[in-house]
Write a protein that binds this ligand. Structure first.
Ligand SMILES: C[S@@+](CC[C@H](N)C(=O)[O-])C[C@H]1O[C@@H](n2cnc3c(N)ncnc32)[C@H](O)[C@@H]1O
Ligand code: SF4
Ligand code: SF4
Length: 340
């Protein structure tokens, strides 16, 4: 109790990190980074993604707003909003407005379709991750005809607002060195960085085989090329250490990682999950049953054998290189989050 009072007395300037320390003492985990799948609904049907087919209940607006307040009180530093397509949630403006007013940093992943219509959402947003897999012959084949044009429109809107934009590009069987060049050229035009990541062997959030998964030799070779592109100064956001990790896809090994102590996921129904699991993992506890802190104390730790999402890999590599830089990881974690 004494320590609690002492931490509170440091005052509002230190509220966020001290709140996290207090939470760590009380609940055994410090949830600094939250990846929040606000919905599984989506206005696209990408060939490699099963999210839109998962029918789940969603937190109501009031429940979502309460969750933001609780997260802020418990010291969460950064929330990455993802989906499904988060912009299909009509109340997203109220959710981000609560994030702004509580001082929690936030990032958003989107397919770009609704960015021009919902521009106001991005005010105060730390970074936006937009998926772009290549020129139309690659990307539109994965997503829908005309989607590249929509993503580039979104890039224009975001660059006019000076919002940090990240292009998240999946390496699939359709990826070529030229298609990666196309994405890097677009990044150059809009002042963005590209984060490449391998498409998983399964359709996201399912156990079905991904119809566009690449052969491992191809992935290994393309990531080796990306290391050369990065060294040559191309706008690639992945660190060299991350690219080296990706170049070993789909190698599986027990991974030592402390990030699951500070990074969690929340699914659309409010179920709290460890860093590496998605909505298809049923063993979390809902924040609706006693709040975020209580769900946190019930969270089970598991060791990972795979880690391929670009922002997680990046955060893991940076944390391994310099554990003292935990707080500056907030920016790294505000990137796109795929499954593993
Ligand atoms: C699930 S989407 C949610 C955000 C938004 N709807 C979008 O498409 O960017 C988040 C990221 O997961 C990636 N993704 C989807 N299916 C995947 C798969 N099977 N393997 C790896 N990444 C995948 C998407 O390309 C996207 O960059
Ligand atoms: S990858 Fe994103 S845009 Fe595509 S179906 Fe999944 S959630 Fe929707
Ligand atoms: S998914 Fe990656 S970053 Fe997250 S706990 Fe596992 S190894 Fe660490």
């Amino acid at each position: 109790m004494f320590l609690d009072d002492l931490l509170t007395d440091f005052g509002p300037r230190f509220r966020v990190p001290l709140g996290a320390i207090r939470t760590g003492l009380r609940y055994g985990r410090m949830p600094l980074f939250v990846s929040w799948i606000v919905t599984n609904r989506c206005n696209l049907r990408c060939v490699y993604c099963g999210c839109p087919h998962i029918k789940t209940a969603e937190l109501s607006t009031e429940q979502a707003l309460r969750l933001v307040t609780e997260m802020a009180d418990l010291g969460v530093l950064a929330v990455h909003i993802t989906g499904g397509e988060p912009l299909v949630r009509k109340d997203l403006d109220r959710i981000v407005s609560r994030l702004r007013s509580t001082g929690v940093r936030f990032g958003i992943s989107t397919n770009g379709t609704l960015v021009p219509k919902r521009q106001a959402l991005f005010e105060g947003c730390s970074s936006v991750s937009l998926s772009l897999d290549g020129p139309p012959i690659v990307h539109d084949q994965h997503r829908k005809t005309g989607q590249v044009a929509e993503v580039l429109d979104a890039c224009r809107v975001l660059s006019s607002m000076d919002v940090e934009t990240r292009l998240v590009s999946l390496v699939t069987r359709n990826t070529t060195t030229d298609s990666m060049r196309f994405v890097m050229e677009q990044a150059q035009v809009y002042g963005a960085k590209v984060y490449f990541q391998p498409a998983l062997d399964v359709v996201l959030s399912t156990t079905d085989e991904n119809p566009v998964v690449a052969q491992s030799k191809k992935v290994n070779a393309l990531f080796s090329d990306l290391i050369d592109f990065k060294t040559a100064g191309k706008p690639i956001g992945n660190s060299v250490a991350s690219l080296k990790h990706m170049a070993r896809w789909p190698h599986q090994e027990p991974l030592r990682c402390m990030l699951q102590r500070v990074a969690v996921r929340v699914d659309p129904q409010g179920v709290l999950l460890p860093c590496h699991e998605r909505a298809d993992a049923p063993d979390g506890v809902s924040v609706l049953d006693g709040g975020f802190g209580s769900a946190l104390s019930s969270l089970k730790s598991k060791s990972c054998t795979e880690c391929w999402g670009s922002s997680r890999v990046q955060a893991r590599e940076s944390f391994r290189a310099n554990p003292a830089e935990l707080i500056s990881l907030a920016g790294t974690m505000l990137g796109s989050q795929s499954a593993r």
